[in-house]
Design a protein around this ligand. Structure first.
Ligand SMILES: [Zn+2]
Length: 197
């Protein structure tokens, strides 16, 4: 790909329904390779990047911003960045997730987790569960597949939290729910094909 033309293929903005983030490739950025300006809702990435690094920076900048909106004390910029980087590898390993499909397996950290949709879970009050020893994700069967998809992203959020040893305690569900809603909103309102440029 011609490195001079790829910028035209990157998204110019990302839509979240009730607000948008503008993407600008024109500025020197800090150590994170991106800089988000909340007041103007602009995400700046370094214009000297090649296409892979530009895509990665837009994704990490966007996800970090979404995570920072979840009301969790001590979830600072470094942690938001690390969570985003973990999700980057998962979404690159499982592109089917961008089509709102529930796959039979999800690859996380090099391991294929089986994904099952069941009529009842081991705890009858749960709508999703993940077992890090058996490498299983179970989702409660819903007529509405959108709910199952939301639950799947929720369980992936728990896997990331577990892998990073975040130990969020009482806030673990706040994190997983906030993450899942943010990701579903991002994928629903935006064509994400640029992730595979
Ligand atoms: Zn949960």
């Amino acid at each position: 790909m011609d490195e001079n033309t790829y910028i035209d293929l990157l998204p110019k903005e990302l839509d979240f329904g009730y607000y948008k983030i503008a993407i600008l490739c024109d500025k020197d950025t800090d150590d994170y390779n991106f800089e988000y300006y909340p007041r103007s809702r602009e995400l700046h990435i370094n214009s000297s990047f090649n296409v892979c690094k530009a895509v990665n920076s837009i994704f990490l900048g966007t996800i970090s911003n979404l995570i920072s909106r979840i009301k969790i004390p001590n979830l600072d910029r470094d942690i938001a960045y690390n969570i985003s980087a973990e999700f980057w590898t998962i979404i690159r390993d499982n592109p089917v997730l961008l089509d709102f499909v529930i796959p039979d397996t999800i690859r996380m950290y090099g391991i294929d987790y089986s994904v099952s949709t069941l009529g009842i879970l081991s705890n009858p009050s749960f709508i999703g569960e993940i077992d890090y020893n058996l490498f299983e994700i179970n989702l409660l069967k819903y007529e509405d597949s959108a709910q199952q998809y939301l639950t799947l992203i929720h369980e992936i959020a728990h896997a990331i939290e577990h892998h990073l040893s975040l130990e969020l305690g009482d806030l673990t569900e706040t994190f997983a729910c906030g993450f899942a809603y943010a990701i579903v909103q991002l994928f629903k309102f935006n064509n994400m094909n640029w992730l595979y440029l």
